[in-house]
Write a protein that binds this ligand. Structure first.
Ligand SMILES: Cc1ncc(COP(=O)(O)O)c(C=O)c1O
Length: 394
């Protein structure tokens, strides 16, 4: 891994230390150039004309995402964000009264709210898969829950927004497939951080965002839907891109995953997402995952030197999202203190509202979240830890 080059490509690291990669990572320069270059073309040529000129590059966005997750380009829809990708998949499943959804303790509130909405509207059931002793999905419990034929869907995040375990998604996928149950994987915090192969995982649908570990622009995300399922799912929203009007009385929905998209989109950001995927692939996802794990492990180790901190990470396999709470300071207080350092340090606060089941079970209202990426360094981690030690003495 050429860390020096990664940092040259990331000019933001000169004036700040960014540990909010689980919020939105710093975009590398090649990605910024693609976005700004396209905006300039739009200003010079006109939006439609600029898009026509880069039709091949726009097609390549699907191919690049396909390479990233081992899917076919026609199984990918590019949409505004991970939530919209997830909504398009979830609401299209047409769950019926009595159908049960299995999810994890670590479920993201943005996904849990739609479960509750369909429970209210249609009478679906929500069942929570208990954790095992490591704090990850208990596979034995999942296998038992899957014996009930009312279970229609397994749906959970690969990595929770507040840290926690990297879920054993391949084993979960194998169990769901064996039971003939759909598996919708929220890989929002996983894509760009962990190698992802939808064939190995066996998920039927997967959702992701551009701005986090992929280091792409904000306001972009994507949805993967397995080819054989795609045509069986009717999107809840249709427009003249997702479908075509054949006569005054008939329309036809397109066959590929782009049936989940809509026509108007931020073309510059879409190209930026493609550039971010290409950039990540050029670094090597496996190499980045190794480095992220190494840095996160170093950070967790160094945080043990700060007496006032309680580590809050669970799981057999932990991700680059490192969480902790401070015995004497609130998480926003920690965030403000770090942001006020001579060289600003960005961390974030994850509140109970984002991952309510998990946080309530652990009696937590909030945690501080320092999420490392491959372009971070040990020296930056030392600066973070030194600032936290100074905070305890202030
Ligand atoms: C696990 C998880 N799922 C989904 C989302 C939603 O992503 P987006 O804001 O791109 O819709 C997030 C955002 O933090 C997340 O952490």
């Amino acid at each position: 891994m050429n860390v020096e080059q990664l940092r040259i490509d990331t000019p933001g690291v000169e004036h700040l230390i960014h540990f909010n990669n689980a919020g939105a990572a710093l975009m590398p320069e090649p990605v910024v150039q693609v976005i700004t270059g396209h905006l300039q073309q739009e200003a010079r040529l006109g939006g439609y004309e600029a898009a026509a000129q880069c039709a091949a590059e726009l097609e390549n966005v699907y191919a690049a995402i396909g390479r990233l997750i081992n899917a076919r380009p026609n199984e990918i829809a590019v949409v505004e964000n991970a939530t919209r990708a997830w909504d398009m998949a979830f609401y299209s499943l047409a769950l019926k009264p009595g159908d049960a959804v299995l999810t994890s303790m670590t479920e993201y509130a943005g996904n849990y709210i739609p479960y509750l909405q369909l429970r209210q509207q249609r009478g679906i059931e929500i069942r929570i898969i208990p954790n095992d002793e490591h704090g990850q999905v208990c596979l034995a419990a999942l296998a038992t829950l899957l014996e009930d034929e009312r279970v229609a869907l397994v749906s959970l995040p690969m990595i929770a927004t507040n840290g926690g375990p990297v879920q054993p998604v391949e084993q979960i996928g194998a169990l769901a497939r064996a039971a003939g149950v759909w598996f919708l994987l929220d890989a929002c915090q996983g894509v760009g951080q962990v190698p992802i192969d939808v064939q190995k995982i066996g998920c039927h649908m997967l959702t992701a965002t551009s701005r986090k570990y992929l280091r792409g622009p904000r306001g972009m995300g994507f949805l993967y839907v397995e080819q054989s399922l795609c045509q069986r799912l009717e999107p809840v929203f249709l427009d003249l891109h997702a479908a075509s009007l054949l006569t005054a009385h008939s329309f036809k929905i397109r066959a590929d995953a782009r049936r989940f998209e809509n026509w108007e989109c931020n073309v510059a950001a879409k190209l930026g997402l493609g550039a971010a995927v290409e950039y990540a692939l050029a670094q090597g996802i496996e190499a980045m995952w190794q480095r992220i794990q190494h840095l996160a492990c170093y950070l967790r180790h160094r945080l043990t030197e700060v007496a006032a901190l309680n580590p809050q990470d669970l799981g057999r396999v932990k991700s680059g999202i490192v969480t902790f709470s401070h015995r004497h300071n609130s998480a926003p207080g920690v965030q403000q203190w770090l942001a006020a350092q001579a060289k600003r340090i960005n961390v974030s606060t994850s509140t109970a509202g984002s991952t309510l089941l998990d946080m309530q079970q652990r009696g937590l209202l909030e945690v501080s979240r320092a999420s490392v990426h491959a372009y971070n360094t040990e020296a930056e981690i030392d600066a973070l830890v030194d600032s936290l030690i100074r905070m305890s003495h202030a």
